[in-house]
Design a protein around this ligand. Structure first.
Ligand code: 6GU
Length: 226
């Protein structure tokens, strides 16, 4: 999968040089390009913002640099994604759907946003990562890209996805590592029993308990699958 990220702040994507994402890039499973929108400004001062028609506080991103930047990478089968607080709420299902595209283009908005015609011209998928407002699209883009890459074959180890939170409609069960007793707290005995059937039973119950406590909304009207 190829991902082009269009931003006025290319340095914000330094975290992509780390860990699983960096490994997947080196292995050639994914290719991520960070593109500076400012490089596409035809203004002599490389200006990339402008006043909103109708007035109001703040500036919008200029339409021309973004349009040209998208055009420079757009091809047949590309999907344009625009992270925005007015988008559809993002979840693992959206991540899975996005992971099926061979090419994604992310437009990172800043200031008060982008010209609505860009959404129309590129049939951009507007996605919000939650009911709060961030100062720009860089953090949401990182969250969306990181989470969707988990569904691209070859990025994670086989099987890693199966027991994760949300994969069966529940949150993941609690995990423990050495030492067996820490600050007076013991690891649940069943996990050291070596009895895999009992461990599976315990984990399922613990998953349900965690979900009830932290995300009861996930349980409403849902049938819990084995
Ligand atoms: Cl995608 N962008 C911004 N700026 N704020 C957000 C968001 C996106 N999702 C939630 N808040």
């Amino acid at each position: 999968m190829k991902i082009d990220i269009l931003t006025l702040f290319p340095e914000s994507f330094a975290p992509f040089k780390e860990s699983i994402i960096s490994r997947a890039q080196k292995a050639g499973t994914i290719e991520i390009n960070i593109i500076n929108i400012r490089d596409f400004s035809r203004d002599k001062h490389k200006k990339c913002d402008d006043y909103p028609f109708g007035g109001g506080a703040g500036m919008l991103m200029s339409v021309q640099p973004i349009f040209d930047a998208v055009k420079s990478v757009l091809k047949e089968g590309s999907k344009v994604v625009f992270p925005t607080p007015v988008g559809k709420l993002y979840n693992n299902k959206t991540a899975q759907k996005l992971a099926e595209f061979s090419h994604l283009i992310f437009i990172c908005g800043h200031y008060e946003g982008i010209d609505e015609r860009l959404v129309e011209l590129f049939d951009a998928e507007e996605i919000s990562i939650g009911d709060y407002v961030l100062t720009g699209g860089e953090i949401p883009t990182m969250a969306i890209v990181d989470s969707l890459l988990r569904f691209v074959p070859g990025v994670l180890k086989e099987g890693s996805l199966n027991e994760e939170s949300f994969s069966n409609g529940l949150l993941e069960y609690p995990q423990y590592t050495r030492p067996q007793i820490f600050e007076g707290l013991e690891v649940p005995q069943v996990l050291i029993s070596g009895n895999h059937a009992e461990i599976a039973k315990w984990r399922k119950a613990a998953s349900l308990e965690k979900t009830k406590k932290n995300r009861p909304d996930l349980l409403k009207g849902e049938k819990i699958e084995d």
